[in-house]
Design a protein. Structure first.
Length: 433
C-alpha cells in the first residue's frame, strides 16, 4: 500500500515526464519551422538572384532582338517594319513623341525589341539607345502605351598609375593598360608648365584619376584627374584640384593656379623640326634667312589650337610662302600666327573671338613647304619672340580665406597617392557614386 509520500512522488514524476514531452515537441516543432523558414528564404533569395534586369525591366522572361537604324528611318517607318498596324504605329508615335525625337534619329543608332516567350511572341517593349547611358523606352504591356526615358547609373572608380617615361607619355599610359586619353588630360593640366614635346627619358609621373563605368564593367571614359605629380628634367610639378568661386581648377603645391595666359604649344603630341633662328637654311629657297617661329611636324588634318583667348585679325592665303594662315591678337602685347594650314576651324573669320584651346585650323602643307607641318610664330610688342622661351603670368592663386581648406585637400591627395603607390595599375581602388 502506497503512502501519501509515495503518491506525491509519483504525481511529480508524471508531471515532470509530461513537461519533458511537451518541451521536446516544442523544440522539435520550432526546429522544423526554422528549417522550413530557412528553406523558403533560401528559395526566394536564389530566385531573386536569377532575375536579369535591363532598362528597369525584368528581361530574363523576354526574348531580345537588336536592330540598327537605317538611312532615312523615322519612328513610324521603324514601327511599321516591326509589324504594327497603321493605327498602332500612329499611337506609338504619339505616345513616344516626348522621349523620341525623329530629328535626332541617326543612321547606325540601335534599338531593341523585347517580346513575350510564347506562341504569340508579341512585342512588350521597344528600347531606343540615344547614348551609351541614355535610352527611350516604350512600354506596350498595359492597356495604354507608356514611354519614358531611362538612364543607366554611372559609377566612378578611383584608379592610380605611376610610370617612368621611356618614349612618350602616350605610350607609357597605353602600355600600363589605361585609356591613352589620360595622357591628353595630363598634358592639358600641365600645358602651361611642361612642354610635352620636350619630355625626356627618365621623366616620371604619379596620378590618381576617376574612370566612369556603366554596369560596373563597361568603361565609358576618364572622368577627371584627382591628383598629379610630374617630374620633368628634375623639376617636380604638382596639380591639386580645388574648388574656388564655384569653379574647379588645378593648383600647384604652393596654391598657385596652373592656368597661364598661353598654352605651351598649339597642338598635341608632335615633334619640333625647326626652331626659332635668325639664320636658318631654307630647304626650298636654298639660302639662309631668318625663321622667327617653330615648326611642328604633324599629319595633315591634325587640329591646331589657339594658345590663348584672342581675336582673329587676319585669315587667308600668304603668297610669300606661308600658305593658309591665321593671325590672332591676344592683348596689347602679344599676337600669334599659324601657317601652312590645310583648312580653317568652324566660324573662324576676321573679327572672330576665340577661346584658349579652340581649334582654329588643321595642319597642312600649303605655301612653301616640304611636308605637312605647322609654322607657329609669336610677336611681342610687334617684335618676333621665341615661342619656346615665352613666359606667361600665372592665374589667380588660392585666396587667403580658403588657404586652410586647400591645405586639407592637398594633404588628402598626397596621402591617397602615397597609400596607393604600390597597387597594380589595373586594380579599381575605391568607388564613388
Amino acid at each position: 500500500m502506497m503512502t501519501v509520500t509515495d503518491n506525491i512522488r509519483c504525481r511529480r514524476l508524471k508531471t515532470g515526464a509530461i513537461w519533458l514531452l511537451c518541451l521536446s515537441l516544442f523544440v522539435s516543432c520550432k526546429k522544423e519551422a526554422a528549417k522550413v523558414t530557412e528553406e523558403e528564404i533560401g528559395e526566394e533569395w536564389i530566385d531573386s538572384r536569377s532575375h536579369i534586369y535591363e532598362y528597369g525591366i525584368r528581361t530574363d522572361s523576354l526574348d531580345r532582338t537588336d536592330f540598327v537604324v537605317k538611312n532615312g528611318d523615322s519612328p513610324s517607318a521603324i514601327f511599321t517594319r516591326l509589324g504594327f498596324t497603321a493605327k498602332m504605329t500612329d499611337n506609338l508615335c504619339r505616345a513616344s513623341a516626348e522621349v523620341l525625337d525623329p530629328r535626332k534619329l541617326r543612321t547606325g543608332m540601335t534599338y531593341t525589341t523585347l517580346t513575350a516567350q510564347d506562341s504569340l511572341a508579341a512585342i512588350q517593349y521597344i528600347v531606343f539607345a540615344k547614348s551609351s547611358t541614355g535610352f527611350s523606352v516604350i512600354d506596350i504591356t498595359g492597356d495604354s502605351i507608356k514611354a519614358y526615358e531611362y538612364n543607366k547609373a554611372v559609377r566612378l572608380k578611383r584608379q592610380y598609375m605611376e610610370g617612368e617615361i621611356t618614349s612618350s607619355l602616350w605610350n607609357i599610359v597605353k602600355r600600363n593598360g589605361a585609356d591613352p586619353l589620360l595622357a591628353l588630360k595630363i598634358s592639358d593640366i600641365l600645358a602651361w608648365q611642361v612642354d610635352f614635346f620636350d619630355v625626356k627619358e627618365g621623366d616620371s609621373f604619379r596620378v590618381i584619376y576617376d574612370v566612369a563605368y556603366i554596369d560596373d564593367t563597361t568603361e565609358l571614359k576618364i572622368s577627371s584627374v584627382e591628383g598629379l605629380v610630374f617630374v620633368h628634367q628634375g623639376r617636380e610639378f604638382t596639380a591639386i584640384p580645388f574648388m574656388q568661386d564655384s569653379i574647379l581648377d588645378y593648383f600647384d603645391a604652393q596654391g598657385n593656379g596652373l592656368r597661364k595666359a598661353f598654352l605651351k604649344a598649339p597642338l598635341d603630341f608632335s615633334r619640333i623640326t625647326s626652331r626659332f633662328s635668325n639664320a636658318r637654311f631654307h630647304p626650298i629657297l636654298k639660302r639662309y634667312r631668318a625663321h622667327h617661329g617653330v615648326d611642328y611636324a604633324a599629319p595633315v588634318g591634325t587640329p591646331v589650337k589657339a594658345i590663348g583667348d584672342g581675336t582673329v585679325i587676319a585669315k587667308g592665303f600668304d603668297s610669300n610662302g606661308g600658305g593658309n594662315y591665321i593671325k590672332i591678337k591676344h592683348n596689347a602685347v602679344y599676337t600669334t600666327t599659324y601657317m601652312h594650314l590645310s583648312g580653317f576651324g568652324k566660324e573662324i573669320h576676321n573679327g572672330a573671338h576665340v577661346k584658349q584651346g579652340a581649334v582654329i585650323g588643321y595642319v597642312g602643307s600649303t605655301g612653301l613647304s616640304t611636308g605637312p607641318h605647322l609654322d607657329f610664330r609669336v610677336h611681342k610688342n610687334g617684335q618676333p619672340t621665341d615661342p619656346l622661351k615665352m613666359e606667361s603670368p600665372p592665374s589667380e592663386p588660392v585666396k587667403p580665406e580658403l588657404r586652410d581648406s586647400f591645405e586639407i585637400v592637398k594633404r588628402n591627395v598626397f596621402a591617397e597617392m602615397d597609400s596607393l603607390k604600390s597597387a597594380p595599375y589595373d586594380q579599381p581602388l575605391s568607388y564613388h557614386e
